[in-house]
Design a protein around this ligand. Structure first.
Ligand SMILES: C[S@@+](CC[C@H](N)C(=O)[O-])C[C@H]1O[C@@H](n2cnc3c(N)ncnc32)[C@H](O)[C@@H]1O
Length: 174
């Protein structure tokens, strides 16, 4: 085998180990990547009466491959993704670049380290264990009138203000 072939095989092996390791880590300690269906999200926005403008500040906590971030930006919102996994973050950056989205950005960090004060809509498709850990921080930092939209999971001991199929809305009232 030539040097180039050895280099390629080594590179692919390392990549496979790193990606596999990340997947096992997220299965054990966080929420693994499983994408939202944008078609369903769009329908939920309509049915739940969520109106958006150019100044609506949207964030996806644990934004995966960025499909929701890109969708929100293409809907006209100011859109942010927060994602721990550097590979998914990089993939999102490429998508934002390809679509030339000036109103979208991605942050490679844990959502536990974000301040939610500036957001009008916080979207979450993460396990309820994480939702419950974030609950106090979200309800403390988010401003009056802003909204938490969750996919599939709900907060323990708080009833949503509105639900449509698997989507639930919690309004911040201060
Ligand atoms: C179920 S996926 C949802 C992806 C995306 N929001 C969507 O709806 O298509 C959950 C994502 O949260 C990310 N994640 C898990 N824990 C995180 C944390 N503490 N901070 C940031 N992202 C996290 C995972 O890497 C995964 O991509």
């Amino acid at each position: 085998m030539g040097t180039l072939a050895i280099a390629i095989v080594s590179y692919l092996t390392i990549l496979w180990i790193v990606l596999g390791g990340y997947h096992i880590y997220s299965l054990l300690f966080s929420t693994p990547f499983y994408p939202s269906r944008v078609k369903h999200l769009k329908e939920a926005f309509q049915k739940l009466g969520l109106e958006v403008t150019k100044s609506t500040n949207f964030v996806d906590l644990g934004s995966g491959d960025g499909r929701v971030v890109v969708w929100a930006a293409r809907m006209g919102m100011k859109s942010t993704g927060i994602e721990l996994n550097p590979f998914l973050t990089f993939f999102t950056k490429i998508k934002i670049f390809i679509y030339r989205l000036k109103n979208a950005k991605i942050k490679n960090k844990s959502f536990y380290k974000e301040n939610f004060g500036e957001y009008d809509i916080v979207y979450m498709y993460i396990y309820n264990t994480h939702m419950d850990k974030l609950k106090d921080k979200l309800f403390e930092e988010m401003k009056n009138g802003s909204i938490i939209l969750t996919n599939t999971f709900k907060f323990k001991n708080i009833e949503p203000d509105k639900s449509y199929k698997r989507f639930h809305i919690y309004k911040i009232k201060k």
